[in-house]
Design a protein around this ligand. Structure first.
Ligand SMILES: *Cc1c(COP(=O)(O)O)cnc(C)c1O
Length: 424
């Protein structure tokens, strides 16, 4: 089925017991066993079924299945937020003493996780000079165990060369982990270009309405853990925390996601609630329509800003003179995302006046909501960084980041026009 159809139907037909056509919200912590033997078989992972909603839940299952199909993977794990998805994915691939090589253009909190939190656990993250594969390759050594990128960097708007990064990772016998939050599988499926693990903040375009936090990790099922067993023993050797389970034996091709659930979700427990899984499923039903409108509106906004003398520069990957234009054509079908940054003439003070004058655009730090949103990264999402780190992440002192919503384009442009007028 096409992605537009999967977004509506993936993972669910109708409820087997009641025939309900909406996905039921299984608001339960636990599930009863038929017998002591049945309970034991469930705990031994010998029979399919549910034990406790920290491990799995029928409502959440539907969301996992739907996003798995949208991304073209073989299995997924839902978690409470995008940040948890990133943390679990990294912890699952890396152990103490190993390192991760990452592109520098990252979501602000991801940068903090990589630069400050993982190192405290003995996992070093090395940030490349740029997103060019050669700059990442220069940092790889015998302890590197994964490469990380965002398909489309937030807020830099850079588009990563997924095929080249996957080839680089595989040449060095390691997986490519991709955050596909900003692009969504509606614009690109990184797995089609060789990515091994996909993470998402479902909070953004997937849920789409700014109501619900959620995250997901999707396993493509192709990385040869057994062939590289000496490098990734956690998948191929008995796990004492799970009475000697060997993940590649038990889960086969889905060893990565199986271990994520059995180790991190079971013992850390940053669970997505069934209610939130339901809300995210509602949002995903319309993701194809919304992304189309977001992308169309964004192009019109970018052209409006580019042609306006009050604007200094617009960073929009959809323009032919943008360095990422060719990658937008290759990976996003020519449809640059609805995230862009621009600099107003008059620098920081004018940027602040513009920001304060917005009426339709909400001043906040979210993105991917149906509503148009504006953010001043230097004072909010990226303020933990030094000015040099901010510039490397694509954030100038007066940059305004827009997440263009699905309202009527006339109203969006009118708001930008009046705010520019108030600023200058
Ligand atoms: C928002 C975001 C995250 C974090 O997701 P939460 O659901 O807010 O925890 C991670 N990566 C990207 C690209 C994001 O935009």
């Amino acid at each position: 089925m096409k992605r537009e159809t999967i977004a509506v139907h993936g993972g669910f037909d109708s409820d087997p017991t009641t025939k309900a056509v909406a996905v039921p919200i299984y608001q339960t912590a636990a599930y009863s066993f038929d017998s002591a033997e049945h309970g034991a078989a469930l705990f031994n992972l010998e029979v399919p079924g549910y034990r406790y909603s920290r491990i799995s839940n029928p409502t959440t299952d539907v969301l996992e299945q739907r996003v798995t199909e949208l991304e073209g993977g073989i299995g997924a794990l839902c978690v409470s937020s995008g940040q948890t998805a990133l943390f679990y994915a990294a912890m699952n691939a890396l152990e103490m003493g190993r390192n991760l090589v990452s592109v520098p253009q990252l979501y602000g909190t991801t940068y903090t996780l990589f630069a400050h939190i993982l190192p405290k656990m003995g996992i070093e993250v090395r940030f490349a000079k740029s997103d060019r594969p050669a700059d990442l390759e220069a940092l790889i050594d015998e302890n590197t165990r994964a490469i990380f990128c965002e398909t489309v960097g937030n807020p830099a708007g850079n588009v990563c060369d997924l095929e080249a990064l996957a080839a680089l990772a595989h040449r060095h016998r390691m997986p490519l982990i991709v955050d596909n939050t900003v692009a969504t599988p509606m614009l690109v499926r990184p797995i089609d270009y060789g990515a091994d693990v996909i993470v998402h903040s479902l909070t953004k375009f997937m849920g789409g309405h700014g109501t619900t936090l959620g995250g997901i990790i999707v396993d493509c099922g192709r990385f040869p853990w057994i062939a590289h067993a000496a490098r990734y023993p956690m998948f191929t050797e008995p796990d004492e925390s799970y009475h000697g389970l060997v993940y590649t034996d038990h889960f086969g091709a889905s060893a990565f996601i199986g271990r994520c659930r059995s180790v991190y979700q079971r013992t850390v427990g940053a669970v997505l609630s069934p209610m939130n899984a339901f809300l995210l499923l509602q949002g995903i039903e319309t993701v194809a329509l919304r992304v189309d409108r977001h992308v169309d509106n964004a192009r019109k906004v970018a052209e409006f800003l580019r042609d306006d003398a009050r604007v200094e520069s617009v960073n929009f990957a959809g323009f032919p003179d943008n360095p990422y234009h060719a990658l937008v054509q290759k990976y996003l079908g020519g449809r640059a995302c609805s995230l862009m940054t621009f600099e107003i003439r008059g620098g920081l003070p004018a940027g602040m006046r513009f920001y304060n004058a917005l009426k339709l655009f909400k001043r906040l730090v979210n993105l991917g909501d149906a509503k148009s949103l504006a953010c001043h990264p230097a004072s909010t999402t990226h303020r933990q960084m030094s000015p040099e780190e901010q510039l490397a992440a694509g954030v100038g002192p007066g940059s305004i980041r827009l997440s263009v919503g699905i309202e009527h384009i006339d109203d969006i442009l009118a708001d930008l026009d009046q705010a520019l007028g108030a600023a200058l």
